[in-house]
Design a protein around this ligand. Structure first.
Ligand code: GLU
Length: 317
């Protein structure tokens, strides 16, 4: 399938995947396969790793029929690649040292003209002597000297999405590359040209696409999928009941039955995944969050929860 591009699922191995995560993986797989792309799994293990979680997650995905066409890539093994990307940005004069603590950043954001989640460039203009002095006190993070205020991407489900691009962290002060840079570098290096993932990352897409442009890399096609939520509207979490394959298996629900529930929530016929492929049409994907009632994951006949939300009529071409 080389030459046709690739889609991917990129879990962080911090614990078990819940049905919402698995549903996003299913959608990513369907998007990739329905467009003739290969499908890759990448383990995003730069942060929050729990021992054993990677193997568990890969087994859970495999139980649904989702495997990687090439050996699974781990971000923790790509430091050289990230270093080269940083060098490239540095050579363009787009990188500066930042000595702010989390607290400093939070305080700046809540200051009168601050913007939540937005770094105002506090350390951008520090002179050489000042940097020298601060280095003796605290190891700096590296930030991008962003030259734009906003950037726009096209999302197959959300349409045009513009979001602010601030001076994002490129390398954390513990020396580890930051998520936004790693994702951009890896997607390009792996030939991934279709990024299907949870809607929580929609706001990050413009800054990632901007970073790609600075690195001379093509931006992928994006599709951000509505998240799974509880009946109360909060994001589904493991504490919300039996929502992982492991929990559900303990209650007598097979992986195949869970896959069928996930596919039903997408308005698709039961598995295996290959069978659902023929019916997959992005236009018909639900555009609202998936409301999950754990009781119906255990016993789907218990009620109508896990209901597919109404599809809208268009995918933004
Ligand atoms: N590793 C991220 C997560 O598990 C996903 C990042 C991405 O898909 O770009 O939330």
């Amino acid at each position: 399938m080389a030459g046709k591009g690739a889609g991917r699922f990129a879990p962080s191995p911090s614990g078990r995947l819940h049905v919402g995560n698995l549903r996003t993986a299913v959608v990513a797989w369907l998007f990739a396969r329905s467009t003739g792309r290969s499908f890759l799994i990448r383990v995003e293990d730069l942060d929050r790793v729990r021992a054993g979680a990677e193997a568990e997650q890969l087994a859970e995905l495999a139980a649904l029929g989702i495997t990687s066409d090439t050996p699974v890539l781990r971000q923790s093994e790509q430091a050289d690649r990230y270093g080269q990307a940083l060098d490239r940005l540095q050579a363009q004069g787009l990188v500066y040292e930042c000595f702010c603590s989390r607290r400093d950043v939070a305080d700046a954001a809540s200051a009168p003209h601050g913007r939540p989640g937005f770094y105002p460039g506090t350390c951008r203009g520090l002179g050489g002597d000042e940097r020298e002095r601060r280095r003796a006190q605290r190891r700096p993070a590296l930030r991008l000297a962003s030259a734009v205020g906003t950037w726009t991407v096209h999302d197959l489900l959300a349409g045009e999405v513009s979001a602010p691009v601030d001076d994002v962290v490129l390398r954390r002060n513990d020396g580890v590359v930051a998520y936004n840079l790693a994702v951009v570098v890896d997607d390009a290096a792996q030939g991934i040209d279709q990024v299907v993932r949870g809607e929580d990352l929609l706001e990050s897409a413009p800054r990632q696409a901007y970073l790609a442009s600075l690195l001379g890399l093509p931006a992928p096609t994006y599709a951000h999928v509505p998240l799974a939520v509880t009946a109360g509207g909060s994001r589904l979490a493991k504490r919300d009941g039996a929502v992982t394959l492991e929990d559900l298996a303990g209650l007598g629900r097979s992986s195949r039955a869970v896959l069928d529930t996930i596919l039903a929530s997408l308005g698709l016929p039961g598995g295996p995944l290959e069978a659902a492929l023929a019916s997959f049409d992005p236009v018909r994907l639900p555009r609202d969050p998936w409301i999950v009632d754990p009781a119906t994951l255990i016993s789907p006949s218990a009620g109508p929860a896990c209901k597919p939300s109404a599809p809208t009529d268009k995918v933004h071409p």
